[in-house]
Design a protein around this ligand. Structure first.
Ligand code: GLU
Length: 481
């Protein structure tokens, strides 16, 4: 992989702007990742804004879950998160400047009046939108009555957004209604807040889900009225489930914390998977953060909805498990193993896992699987036999061969090589292939028909434990002649 020089443009500023109404879901995490990579690729900044203006739905728990998920995935934002609600006075100030410049106006229509207007539109099957009844009226007519501040949207012509993903998208300005900027209690609306915050944060590139494309036209109209620099837009197609329908819990669309806590995924695997979910670089499947930073561009984002596929994620996770540092993996599975064993792990236990890890990790696609497949090292004697192991030990002559190994191993030096030589001798003497001995031996030692390399496992278990397990098997069973 050739190192692509970074397209240095330190003026690039992107942002992720989640609404804290639930966990950080994978669609959000992917949006954050794309913003991060774009900023890092250009040597710019990646900012975080918590859009907590919806007071009824925003919770501190959701803010914490979002920050936690972002930290876990190393979606490291620059500076402090901007809390949108705190900036309400600034939003109101901008609304008033639009009032002053004539780009906004006071609307004194009451809730009942607006309801009647909508009912009439419904009856006439006309588009449901504010009809501009106060647009050209003298605000003095409203007297002291409560009012909202509405944006004076351009009535004629059209607006085109040169979206970096969707291409040129044009909307007739007549489609844009005069949206509310300030409510009658003076509080800003979400649409106003986004425009003001993006401007004040110096955001140059708005990269977000394409469910916001419609909003972009309204936001751009405001930006033009304010004579602020227009950001570059990139609206990313949403993620669908593997069956092509909108992604839901049924498809595995959980909070990112569930990918860590329930599905046993590594963060770098989730990042790599999310990167590939809607962005491509040739046939490259495994792209780490450094490479992703070097390669990321908006042109590589696909226009079609990406399909979420848990099997693929597991495949990517298996790759990163194999690459991961052994000590880190031990740390990650220790709590799980302790829970399965019902006791805390000793230093000796950890050291056995650590030494076995380079082999153990080759076979797992998630941390639960890794923990489960490591468990045999630490299980108390006599270790439980699974069905496969039982079958192997019930084969004619199997226990006899294990007993012969037990005898042969009594005096050998306890290294994998010496153990292997002794086991081969037993097979030769019995006139059978190595597998005939190794399979029941593996079953007796690990309680399973599959395991890492048998001789390494025996060495790692240590002489006493290994021979004890063989005794458990051979002394309690009648040898089958
Ligand atoms: N707060 C919006 C959301 O969570 C994002 C708004 C934006 O990116 O402009 O969907």
């Amino acid at each position: 992989m050739g190192a692509t020089p970074l397209a240095a443009d330190p003026t690039v500023v992107t942002r992720f702007a989640p609404s804290p109404t639930g966990f950080l879901h994978i669609g959000g995490a992917r949006t954050a990742l794309f913003n991060l990579l774009y900023a890092r690729h250009h040597g710019g900044k990646f900012l975080l804004r918590i859009e907590d203006t919806d007071r009824a739905r925003s919770t501190q728990a959701a803010v914490d879950a979002i920050l936690d998920g972002m930290r876990w995935l190393a979606l490291d934002w620059d500076g402090e998160p901007v809390m949108q609600f705190e900036r309400a006075p600034r939003h109101a100030e901008v609304a008033h400047s639009l009032l002053a410049s004539g780009h906004a106006y006071k609307c004194f229509a009451t809730a009942d009046e607006l309801e009647a207007m909508r009912a009439a539109q419904r009856a006439a099957k006309a588009p449901m939108r504010y009809d501009g009844r106060w647009r050209d009226r003298d605000p003095a007519d409203g007297g002291d009555a409560p009012f909202v501040v509405r944006f004076r949207a351009p009535a004629d012509g059209s607006t085109t957004i040169a979206d970096r993903v969707q291409g040129d998208v044009t909307v007739a300005n007549a489609e844009l209604d005069d949206m509310v900027l300030l409510r009658s209690d003076g509080s800003p609306t979400y649409m106003l807040a986004v425009v003001v915050d993006d401007h004040d944060m110096g955001v140059t590139h708005v990269i977000r889900g394409d469910d916001h494309l419609n909003n972009a036209f309204r936001q751009l109209a405001m930006i033009k009225a304010l004579q602020w620099p227009e950001p570059i837009y990139a609206h990313i197609p949403l993620i669908h489930g593997s069956d092509g329908t909108k992604l839901s819990k049924r498809h595995g669309a959980l909070g990112v914390d569930a990918y860590r806590d329930t599905l046993g995924m590594l963060p770098e695997a989730v990042d790599n998977y999310l990167l590939k979910l809607g962005w491509g670089h040739g046939d490259d499947e495994f792209i780490d953060r450094a490479q992703a930073t070097a390669w990321f561009d908006l042109g590589g984002i696909g226009r079609g909805a990406a399909r979420f596929d848990l099997k693929k994620l597991e495949h990517v996770n298996g790759h990163y498990l194999r690459l991961a540092d052994d000590g880190r993996l031990v740390d990650l599975i220790v709590p799980h193993i302790a829970a399965l064993l019902g006791r805390p792990l000793t230093d000796v236990d950890r050291s056995v896992l650590q030494r076995g890890m380079s082999e153990l990790k080759l076979r797992a696609t998630d941390l639960d699987m890794l923990a489960a497949s490591s468990l045999f090292y630490l299980r108390p004697r006599p270790i439980a036999m699974d069905a496969g192991a039982q079958k192997l030990l019930e084969t004619d002559g199997a226990v006899l061969l294990v007993a012969a190994v037990r005898t042969a191993l009594a005096g050998v030096e306890w290294t994998a090589a010496a153990i292997e030589a002794a086991v081969r001798d037993v097979a030769d003497t019995a006139g059978v292939k190595l597998g005939k001995v190794a399979q029941p031996l593996r079953a007796a030692v690990t309680g399973s028909a599959t395991s890492p390399g048998l001789f390494e496992v025996l060495e790692l278990l240590g002489r006493d434990e290994a021979l004890g397990r063989l005794d458990d098997m051979t002394l309690t069973k009648e040898p089958v002649a």
